[in-house]
Design a protein around this ligand. Sequence first.
Ligand code: NAD
Length: 393
Amino acid sequence: MSSFRYLVVGGGMTGDAACRGIRDHDPEGTIGVFAAEEHPPYARPPLSKALWAGKDESMIWRGTAELGADVRTGRRIVALDLDARTATDDAGEGHSYERLLLATGSVPRHLPGAGDNVIHFRTLDDFRRLHALASEGARAVVVGGGFIGSEIAAALASNGCAVTMVFPEDGIGARLFPPALSAFVNGYYREKGVEVVAGALVQSISGTVGGFGIETDGGSSFEADAVVAGLGVVPATELAEAAGLPVDDGVLVDEYGRAGGREDVFAAGDVARFPVPALGGTRRVEHEDHANTHGRVVGANMAGAATPYDHLPFFYSDLFDLGYEAVGDVDARLATVEEWPEPNRKGVVGYVDGEGRARGFLLWDVWGKVDAARKLIRSGATLDSSSVSALLD
Ligand code: NAD
C-alpha cells in the first residue's frame, strides 16, 4: 500500500489546481494524483477553441508532476474507506492518505441509443478523434446547442467542414442568452455556412464513421462523416455516494470545500456543490475559472489555510468572431436589463431576480468588466440601466 499525505482523486484542471494550492502551504507533503484518463492534467478549453485555431497540442499540459506530485495516469479510484483513510484503485492497489480531495469532475450525458462511434466531446482523446475526422469538406452533425455544440460547430466550420447543428431549443445558447440574441446567433451561424436545425431532437443514428444517417423527430434526415454531441454533463458523484457523503446534484461542501462535516475529506470543481452567499443558496459550476480557483483554494485548505471560497467565477466563449465573458447567474429565464450600443454586436445584459437585484451579467464583446460586474452582484442593489451602461465605459 502506498501512502500519501494528500490524495487527489481526479486528474483534471481542478486536481492540478489543488496540487498548486497544497504547495502554496506545504512544500513537501506527499501528493498522489489519480487520473482515470491516460493523460496527466491538461487544460480543457483549448480542446474546443485554440487547438482548432492552429495552436499546438503541447500548450495544454499543466505540468502537475513538476510540483512533486506522483501522478498516476490510467488509474481510477474505485472505492473509499473514509474511516480507515484508504482508497483502492482499479488495479486493486490500496493507498492511504491523511487528506482526501474528490476532484472527479463530470461525465458527458450520452445520446440515447448512440454507440461509441458518436463522439460525446469532453476529453483530449475526443479532440484527437474528431480532429482526425475533420478534413476539408467532411460532413459533421453536431448535436446540442450549448457550450460544446456552439464552440465545436464553429471550430469545424472554420476548418472547412460542412456542419449541421441539431438541438431542441429555439436558438443557440438559448439557456443563457435572451431570445433575440439567441435568434441573432442562429442567423450568424447560418451566414457562416452552418445548417442550424433548431427545435429538433435526434431520433435515430445509423451507420458509422464516414457514413452516418441521422434522423430528427421532425422527420429531417442528414448524412455525416462524423457525429459529435455536447448534451451537458452530470457530476461524477458515485464514489462520494458509495462512501456515504452527502450528495445532491454534486457533493455538498462547505465554504472551505469540506464534505460530510469532516476535516479530512474535501471536494472541488465540477463535482462540488458549494455555498454562494452573494447569490443565496448553493451552486455547482462547470467552468474553467471555477475549476482553477476552487481547486486552488480547497487544495490550500487541505494544507491548513482555512480560506473560505467566496469567488464568483466567470466564464467566456468564442462563437466564430463573436465573444463574451459572463459572471453569476446567466439564465435566460431571468428578467434582464440590457444596453446595446451596437445591437447583437456589443452590449451588456444584466440578469435580475424578482426584486430587481443583479444576479448575473453577459458582457458581449465587452472586456475587462468582470470585476465591476461582480461588484454590482455583491452590492445587492437594484439594477438600473445607468449601472448597466457604466459597464460599457
Ligand atoms: P450544455 O448544457 O451547455 O448544452 C447542452 C445542450 O445539449 C443543450 O442545447 C441541450 O438542449 C442539448 N441536449 C440535451 N439533451 C439532448 C438530446 N437528447 N438531444 C439533443 N440535444 C440535447 O452542455 P455542453 O455543451 O455539453 O457542455 C458540457 C460542459 O462543458 C458544460 O459543463 C460546460 O459548462 C462546459 N464547457 C464550457 C465551455 C465554456 O465555458 N466556454 C466550453 C465548453 C464546455
